[in-house]
Design a protein around this ligand. Structure first.
Ligand SMILES: NC(=O)c1ccc[n+]([C@@H]2O[C@H](COP(=O)([O-])OP(=O)(O)OC[C@H]3O[C@@H](n4cnc5c(N)ncnc54)[C@H](OP(=O)(O)O)[C@@H]3O)[C@@H](O)[C@H]2O)c1
Length: 268
């Protein structure tokens, strides 16, 4: 690339050729593995200096999902009591650490396979979902960040305080998912209104709010994640790294539902 173009590209995007950056692609660009892609500059940020590409690749989706749910939907603040069922997975490992950074008391669920990990990441209370019923233990929390869905979501409505919020990323989308997260109009909002009828009714019965979050790309949020990773506030937990040639194995492992942190595929 001619020097002049490199300079204008840097002035234009804030990034210079050769910079180590990372980004989450736009929602309508999801779905493929590739060596090259294009993203709007505002979706990108300088990678954390303290990690390599394999680790940085595990941050964008799970890290931003956790950050946006805890900050923008649950408004976590010092002293908040937050329940995060499914803490040992890709999103959970970020959520526990970010909620602690925000000053919350964190309650999570994990099997004996994941207990040591979630305790190391700072969870204040760990419930073994294979032997214990969290509904008998957790009471009147300020907010729930549901990563599991199904029965876990239904029970979560009964452990949140009146006026609290249940944010799910594994349940049914609801009207604000269409409007706020997907920038879509009335038709999709109406469809999601019907699809989430039971969830919203269950929340209303408890005097709580149901929200399904679809995360959004953000260079500013990634820059914050880089800072938190470089100052050791947040540790990206990578379970396994697969070479591209073994991508089918990577998906097979992910689909076991037993991943402890993120699963990464190397594109080289
Ligand atoms: N809406 C969005 O923007 C968005 C973004 C990211 C992810 N998601 C969705 O969010 C969900 C979670 O994603 P993820 O990447 O964190 O999943 P993941 O990494 O595949 O989660 C695996 C972990 O879940 C634990 N687990 C399984 N069943 C559990 C249960 N009943 N209770 C507690 N823990 C349980 C497993 O622990 P054990 O092995 O110990 O059982 C394992 O460590 C997925 O459905 C994903 O598609 C949505």
């Amino acid at each position: 690339m001619p020097e002049r173009s490199k300079r204008s590209a840097a002035a234009w995007t804030g990034f210079a050729v050769g910079d180590r950056i990372y980004a989450r692609v736009a929602k309508d660009k999801l779905g493929a593995f590739a060596e090259y892609t294009t993203v709007p500059a505002e979706f990108a940020a300088a990678m954390p200096r303290s990690v390599d590409f394999d680790v940085a690749a595990g941050v964008q989706l799970a890290g931003l999902t956790a950050l946006q749910a805890l900050r923008d939907e649950l408004h976590v603040k010092p002293g908040s009591r937050i329940f995060i069922p499914g803490g040992a997975g890709g999103v959970g490992t970020f959520a526990i650490q970010i909620a602690k950074w925000m000053g919350a008391h964190v309650i999570t669920t994990a099997s004996p396979r994941g207990r040591a990990l979630v305790e190391r990441l700072g969870a204040d209370e760990v419930i073994d979902y294979t032997t214990q019923d969290f509904e008998k233990i957790v009471k009147d929390v300020d907010g729930v960040f549901d990563l599991v869905g199904g029965d876990t979501l239904w029970k979560s409505f009964r452990v949140v305080k009146r006026g609290g919020t249940v944010v799910s990323i594994a349940g049914m989308p609801e009207p604000s998912t269409a409007r706020k997260d997907l920038g879509r109009g009335l038709l999709l909002s109406a469809l999601f209104w019907i699809a989430s009828f039971r969830e919203r009714a269950a929340a209303r019965k408890q005097g709580a709010t149901y929200r399904f979050l679809f995360m959004h790309p953000s260079g500013a949020d990634l820059a914050l994640m880089s800072r938190l990773i470089d100052d050791k506030t947040v540790e990206p937990v990578i379970d396994r790294v697969f070479p591209f040639a073994q991508i089918a194995d990577a998906f097979a492992y992910l689909e076991t539902g037993r991943a402890k942190g993120k699963v990464v595929v190397q594109m080289r």
